[in-house]
Design a binder for this molecule. Structure first.
Ligand code: 6R9
Length: 649
């Protein structure tokens, strides 16, 4: 964030106290902070009681070999049992787990906990029939349909770690993830609905699997009914799952048994496989879902609008809410299909009381106009959440006023794929929240803002966000790469987890997140790596060199802006070169990575050691005066770039 943005934020003085009735009945009170401060591990041990353990743990935390943590050592549990069976055993089989809303308006399904038990057990038996064993990896590449949740829980049930790949990713991205974790099975569908039309998924899987001979089978859910190519590895979901027994006895796995690998962008081209394990992850995702949203499982209707292909979907559509026995809405489609009020209509129709979304969506709705949500009855809403990027005060206030009737708390939740669950956030019944601030670390979590030397900064100053204590849902390592795990997160500041985010502590000590400090962009709440997009561009034969920056964008937070030098052979590239390169990036990585603009330049600004100075390109992309160029090898380069762009604009 720019210095100007920072000072705007720091002059934000509004704050909102919790509504009195919510504070009175809140799940968590201010005492939780004191309790956790007095004995952090005892605090987490108490929260672990939310989970049903098949065998009790002997030790809350083993931190004898940092940064490799073991939580709830010796404990055994089955994650799927905790999310499904135990609620049915408690007599809540008829309770709705999901009100699933398809994109075609009349396409809905109501799934109770008993239905979930039936489907998850059958799917688990189907995976076993396909030879999936404990520890084998299963890739899931599906749209937002109930089978996605069922597939994840079936994997968890048999101890096969899943890796869910966002359906918007390309065949290449899918192939590299399948390869990296050596997945044996891929679960996909013929397609999904996107803006009113079926959109194919299976062809990308066919392409990826053709390059990954170790994939044994592809299980295909029939969602749209569109034509698909068929290979001898393919099996229809309905053919193999429906004929299975609905009985499956869950086995208890070690608390540290791998639950899933989620790939996320890092500062190099190769995505990182974040490994989450079972016990600690489930404890913290369940506890935070209960405390941060003040979940009353008996009466609330909860909706998280994220895609299951991202960590937010894992922790706050699947594992946290189901462990808590909540009733959720799950929506397949886009916010503007068939009309721009679709989300608010869903809130009205299902009486959603807790709603969790991202600032980029909120800013889009702001642009569409206040009159759209005003057409709907949103009076059921009592808690609003935000995640994915810093929420600017304007968006926060708009969200609170237009969706929350100006009388509900907004919780701005900071966390990461790596943290597994919410780390810094207001508590809706406790905190007097400031618009734009994630406020303070949750009870049981240690966070700090430090300077370059790793020293805590005084109130009123900025620095780097670090986490000072291990936490239950922390990543355990990067899949197959312990050294990169150490280098990326634990080497910058001794003994502390480096989050990669800039932050500031205000005069009250509250934390304001200021965006990434590395080469990771945040576009609509999705993490994208500059390097990854650069390598995609350079893989095109017309591109000699590429530099990618994240430029501030009013709607998406940041937008991808690329600068490319064309190859000799490409000549001037022809009139369609920009369109061609954008399409190429979409094919290599996925449509979300498509640059908003591509500028053809003759040179890139580099330091004497050859490092591209993205800072200067960001100035150009954001149409600012170009900053200090003294460390450039050739200080005239920026003039050439500006002139070149000026003439082609
Ligand atoms: C959950 C998720 C993580 C990065 C993180 C930070 C940004 C997330 C935020 C936030 C400011 C918030 N981020 N929540 N920044 N305020 N409330 O988004 O995970 O996709 O791994 O992204 O997102 O920069 O480091 P992930």
């Amino acid at each position: 964030m720019s210095e100007q943005g920072l000072s705007n934020l720091m002059s934000e003085e509004r704050h909102f106290d919790p509504p009195a009735d919510l504070a009175r009945d809140a799940n968590v009170t201010a005492a939780a902070y004191e309790e956790a401060a007095a004995d952090r591990l005892a605090f987490w041990s108490k929260q672990a009681e939310r989970i049903t353990w098949a065998e009790p743990y002997e030790q809350v935390l083993d931190w004898s070999n940092p940064p490799f943590a073991k939580w709830f050592v010796g404990g055994k549990l089955n994650v799927a049992y905790n999310c499904v069976d135990r609620h049915v055993e408690d007599g809540k089989g008829d309770k709705v787990a999901f009100h699933w809303v398809g994109e075609p308006a009349d396409d809905t399904r109501t799934i109770t906990y008993a239905d979930l038990l039936d489907s998850v057990s059958r799917a688990a038996n189907a995976l076993i029939e396909l030879g999936v064993e404990e520890g084998d990896r299963v890739a899931i590449y599906l749209p937002m349909i109930p089978e996605t949740v069922i597939a994840m829980l079936a994997c968890a049930r048999i101890g096969a770690p899943h890796t869910v790949v966002f359906g918007g990713f390309s065949a290449d991205a899918l192939a590299s993830r399948i390869d990296d974790c050596d997945a044996k099975i891929v679960i996909t569908s013929d397609g999904g609905y996107r803006r009113g039309a079926p959109s194919a998924l299976k062809p990308a899987v066919d392409e990826a699997v053709a390059r990954s001979p170790r994939v044994r089978n592809v299980v295909v859910v029939r969602r749209t009914g569109q034509d698909v190519e068929w290979t001898d590895k393919d099996v229809w979901w309905h053919e193999i799952v429906d004929r299975q027994s609905a009985e499956h006895t869950p086995k208890a796995f070690d608390a540290e048994h791998p639950l899933y690998v989620m790939y996320t962008s890092g500062t190099t081209g190769k995505p990182k496989g974040i490994l989450h394990t079972s016990g600690g992850y489930l404890v913290q995702s369940a506890w935070t879902h209960w405390s941060v949203f003040d979940l009353k499982a008996e009466s609330d209707i909860y909706w998280c609008s994220a895609d299951i292909g991202w960590v937010t979907g894992h922790s706050y559509i699947v594992y946290g809410p189901l462990a808590n026995g909540a009733t959720s809405v799950m929506y397949e489609g886009t916010p503007d299909t068939p009309h721009k009020g679709r989300w608010w209509e869903i809130i009205q129709d299902y009486k959603v009381s807790i709603f969790y979304t991202a600032p980029t969506a909120i800013r889009t709705f702001m642009k569409w106009g206040d009159e759209i949500p005003a057409e709907f009855d949103l009076s059921s809403v009592r808690v609003l959440g935000s995640v994915g990027e810093p929420i600017n005060p304007e968006a926060y206030i708009w969200y609170r006023e237009n969706i929350g009737g100006d009388n509900v708390p907004v919780v701005d939740t900071w966390w990461q794929t790596e943290t597994g669950a919410i780390m810094i956030s207001p508590l809706p019944g406790v905190t007097s929240a400031k618009p734009g601030s994630a406020m303070t670390a949750l009870p049981g979590i240690g966070a700090d803002v430090v300077d370059d030397a790793g020293n805590s900064v005084p109130n009123g100053s900025g620095g780097y966000l670090v986490l000072t204590e291990p936490w239950p849902s922390m990543l355990r390592t990067l899949w197959g790469d312990d050294q990169r795990f150490i280098d990326t997160y634990w080497s910058r500041f001794a003994g502390k987890y480096f989050a990669g985010d800039g932050a500031k502590r205000d005069d009250d000590g509250d934390i304001w997140l200021l965006g990434r400090v590395d080469d990771v962009m945040n576009v609509s709440g999705h993490r994208l790596s500059t390097t990854e997009i650069e390598s995609a561009l350079v893989s095109h034969d017309k591109v000699a060199e590429a530099a990618v920056v994240g430029a501030t964008d009013a709607t998406t937070g940041q937008a991808v802006v690329a600068f490319v030098i064309l190859t000799e052979a490409a000549g001037d590239g022809g009139p369609d070169v920009v369109a061609e390169l954008r399409a190429h990036v979409a094919k290599e990585i996925g449509a979300i990575a498509k640059p908003r603009s591509i500028m053809v330049v003759s040179e890139l600004p580099k330091t004497r050691s050859g490092k591209i100075m993205r800072r200067l390109l960001r100035d150009v992309a954001e149409k600012r005066e170009v900053g200090d160029v003294t460390t450039l090898a050739d200080s005239t380069v920026m003039d050439a770039i500006k002139t070149g762009i000026g003439s082609s604009d």
